[in-house]
Design a protein around this ligand. Structure first.
Ligand SMILES: NC(=O)c1ccc[n+]([C@@H]2O[C@H](COP(=O)([O-])OP(=O)(O)OC[C@H]3O[C@@H](n4cnc5c(N)ncnc54)[C@H](OP(=O)(O)O)[C@@H]3O)[C@@H](O)[C@H]2O)c1
Length: 260
């Protein structure tokens, strides 16, 4: 059988880099994918210096339609098989949807939805053979509509729905499936999403290392959903009781405070 590995997309910064550190600490051999090779190399060096095996680095742009093919081909070339897949790469773009560049919004759908769906399904048999699992990084945003961040919230709603359904479909396949749903986490995400004012810390803020740790433990325990932070859990629970016509202006107001 090929050697089992954990594939982590978007490992060059933020939550993905912390997930790489947690998986490495727990003895997993890693394949790290993103566009910025220098960042991936630095992280691989750090993990190797801490005594783990040096991760395989894959420089890949998941917006390219052949990005997922390139990952699969590289794994086959190296004699590796995905035991765990962590679909973490993603980005947002705040502001009224019709006033933002449509091309960029469609790229968001491509990365947050298309590439995530492809990698989830492409390695299903491998994850079953290796008795591993799938972690898809969603968001608290996946539980409600998001005026002023509409496409991002909708993309994360897809991730929550898709991942919960796979959790059920694969319950007899010995493949763990978890949607990791953080609230606000200070990373490069805010600058890329064009919400620099959203970097301020709030009661919902959790940090990437904690998010990664909780996500890892939840995945290994076979949890369907992991929502790090007490207040974020409360929000996700409470949202179910609030009609959307009341939620919409609240979310829009919150985005306005972030500078949009
Ligand atoms: N930060 C938050 O508040 C928050 C909250 C909830 C959920 N999330 C979710 O958490 C995940 C990680 O976000 P983060 O906060 O850690 O943001 P981040 O620091 O901006 O990290 C995003 C990662 O995605 C990678 N990426 C972006 N475009 C890519 C592409 N075309 N091809 C391959 N990789 C690409 C980036 O690597 P390269 O640029 O090197 O390609 C980077 O490693 C995302 O799915 C995000 O939606 C974030």
């Amino acid at each position: 059988m090929p050697d089992p590995v954990t594939l982590i997309t978007g490992a060059s910064s933020g939550i993905g880099a912390e997930l790489a550190r947690v998986f490495a600490r727990n003895g997993h051999r890693l394949v790290l994918a993103a566009r910025r090779t220098d960042r991936l190399e630095a992280l691989a060096g750090e993990l190797a210096a801490n005594g783990g095996p040096r991760p395989l680095i894959l420089t890949v742009d998941l917006l390219r339609t052949d990005g997922c093919d390139a990952i699969e081909a590289a794994l086959a070339r190296e004699g590796l098989e995905t035991q765990f897949v962590v679909n973490n790469a993603g980005f947002g773009l705040a502001g009224p949807a019709a006033s933002r560049p449509r091309e960029r919004l469609l790229q968001m759908v491509d990365l947050n939805v298309r590439a995530l769906t492809d990698l989830s399904l492409r390695f299903a048999d491998a994850m079953e053979r290796q008795q591993g699992g799938l972690m898809n990084v969603a968001s608290v945003a996946g539980f409600l509509p998001g005026p002023k961040h509409a496409v991002y919230y909708a993309s994360k709603a897809f991730v929550v729905s898709f991942t919960e359904a796979l959790h059920y479909e694969w319950r007899r396949r010995q493949v763990r499936v978890t949607a990791l749903c953080p609230g606000p986490v200070p990373t490069e995400f805010q600058a890329i999403a064009d919400t620099p004012d959203g970097e301020e810390t709030t009661l919902m803020t959790t940090y990437a290392d904690r998010v990664a740790e909780e996500g890892y433990r939840g995945l290994m325990a076979g949890k369907r959903l992991v929502v790090p932070g007490f207040l974020n859990k409360l929000v996700v629970y409470g949202i179910g009781f609030v009609p959307h016509r009341l939620l919409l202006p609240i979310v829009a107001q919150r985005q306005r405070r972030k500078g949009r």
